[in-house]
Ligand binder design. Sequence first.
Ligand SMILES: O=C(O)CCC(=O)C(=O)O
Length: 260
Amino acid sequence: MSYITARQWQTFDSQGYLRLGKPGSDAMVCAMRRRIDEIMLGEADLDYDRMLMQLDSSDGSYDAAGAQTRGHKGRTLNYRKIQLLERDPIFLEYMQLPVFAEAASHFYGDKPVAAFRAMFMNKPAGRGTFLPLHQDRWRALDRDPRLTIYTALDAANEENGCMEIIPGTQHRLLNPDHPSGFLTAEMARDYDHHPRRAPLVLEAGEAVLMHPWMLHGSGVNRSDRPRRAFSVCLMDAETMSLRYKRLASRSIIFGEGAME
Ligand SMILES: O=C(O)CCC(=O)C(=O)O
């Protein structure tokens, strides 16, 4: 059985993203929401010293967000980002759904596929960190990951800081000199007013496949509810970190040696 049709892949190729509907059950999405809150509150049974955790910005600006380092940083729901969630069984189970295996094999065939920055992205209620439009691109990798899976854990709209995207911008790397795909100030000004810029309004549990180079960013949360999301980049497991001269990730999600 095939989950994603050839026509849907054409949409992905031309737009840079594809809406998948709700691949996980309501119970699964609810379990991820509960789990991430437990992790933030320091109540989860996992090795916090291995998790990358970043507190939300105090004033909404990107530069004022906390340091992105290992370890718990206090019992609060005001985290911006938490990475290495493939180490959590609930998030791992979600990432390994058959529809995502099929999506991964579309790009990587039957080669093992690893998770790169399996992360929680949060806009806590009434706050959040502005994220400028950018492409996801890591110069420190010896090859580019080709797929991101983005899942809304809460309904996301303009009021609570949903992602904004510019479909069709995935064909070209805009600022190849930047280590992680951010735009120059001049480019950012131009793209801010791009006619195809649009909010990616999602229901809770909705997942989107994204080309990592499609321009995306997000604002702050003006509502009294959190806007939680889970985003994982899937890459060829042989991808090397040029900085550390070793595999970029040992977290194999699909194929030989996959985590259980
Ligand atoms: O959730 C967001 O606001 C942004 C997420 C993002 O940049 C990503 O998943 O690459």
